[in-house]
Design a protein around this ligand. Structure first.
Ligand SMILES: Nc1ncnc2c1ncn2[C@@H]1O[C@H](COP(=O)(O)OP(=O)(O)OP(=O)(O)O)[C@@H](O)[C@H]1O
Ligand SMILES: [Mg+2]
Length: 270
């Protein structure tokens, strides 16, 4: 790199590598004959924070549901870490390291904050009945490690003091933090977030943004749907714009802002 190139101001650090961890190729998804996603393709670079933006109804949430296996892949191809996710159930995709967050539902609200983190662990030895009956010490050890890990996680997200409280007693913002902490218990390679800062006050949104940047620092890849372009500007290296079920543009936020079709379809109207 030449000295002059080094001197260029960089609002956000570029993605650490150029290899895509996720490839979405010509995906189409219909609800009752109506295409919510229509021949949509894009890539997510390993180690990047990639923002998925676009007007209401563009198909962003549907895309996250298809990628995570929550909806079966109808048409097209999705490769995660070089392997097709076709035909895999959501939990199998999660086991491969691609995890999405879920809202704290009513069932989970009736559990404590700590219990919420204890529920979704993958490959838990205790799930195996043979181990429960014949190797209880293994189960006990795993449980202890899990509690330690969960408490560490709560500490990171500033929820340690709330560990014995019911999840339903948390504020909206704290629930968002818990959702993220819960997803991270499974040690994902990549995290899918659908509007993680929606309805959160600006101070907490900043904290969530910092957490997401910290995750990237630890080597995670993040694909997040986000309407707040200020936040996208601040943390995303790559932006994918969806409109009418397909990719309208992709690039850095600076490139996206000057894209004529994006301006007329999205930014101009916003
Ligand atoms: N379960 C469903 N059944 C039928 N139609 C659906 C379903 N989910 C989404 N759609 C439709 O698919 C299209 C894409 O919706 P989607 O929720 O993916 O958009 P979005 O980009 O996430 O929008 P928003 O920014 O408002 O969250 C919309 O026309 C929506 O009405
Ligand atoms: Mg949505």
């Amino acid at each position: 790199m030449s000295p002059s190139a080094e001197a260029q101001p960089q609002p956000v650090a570029p993605a650490t590598t150029t290899a895509p961890i996720l490839r979405v190729e010509h995906v189409t998804h219909a609800f009752g004959g109506v295409n919510a996603i229509n021949d949509c393709s894009f890539e997510v670079q390993t180690g990047s924070i990639t923002a998925l933006i676009g007007p209401n109804g563009a198909g962003k949430s549907t895309m996250v549901n298809v990628i995570s296996g929550f909806y079966p892949l109808q048409q097209g191809q999705i490769l995660f870490d070089g392997q097709s996710v076709r035909g895999l159930a959501a939990h199998s995709i999660a086991q491969r390291g691609l995890i999405r967050t879920f809202q704290i539902s009513r069932d989970y609200g009736a559990m404590t904050v700590l219990e919420n983190l204890m529920v979704p662990p993958k490959h838990q030895v205790g799930e195996n009945l043979f181990n429960v009956f014949f190797r209880p010490w293994l189960v006990a050890r795993e449980e202890k490690e899990l509690v330690r890990k969960a408490l560490d996680m709560l500490n990171t997200f500033g929820l340690y003091e709330k560990r014995e409280d019911y999840a339903r007693s948390l504020s909206g913002g704290q629930k968002r933090l818990l959702e993220m902490a819960r997803a991270l218990m499974a040690d994902p390679k990549m995290l899918l977030l659908d509007e993680p800062m929606a309805g959160v006050n600006p101070a907490l949104a900043d904290r969530l943004a910092q957490h997401i940047m910290d995750l990237r620092g630890k080597g995670l890849t993040v694909l997040m749907i986000e309407h707040n372009l200020g936040i996208v500007d601040q943390i995303a290296q790559d932006v994918v714009v969806m409109a009418n079920g397909t990719t309208l543009a992709r690039g850095t936020m600076v490139e996206i802002r000057s894209h004529p079709e994006v301006i007329s379809a999205y930014l101009g109207g916003a």
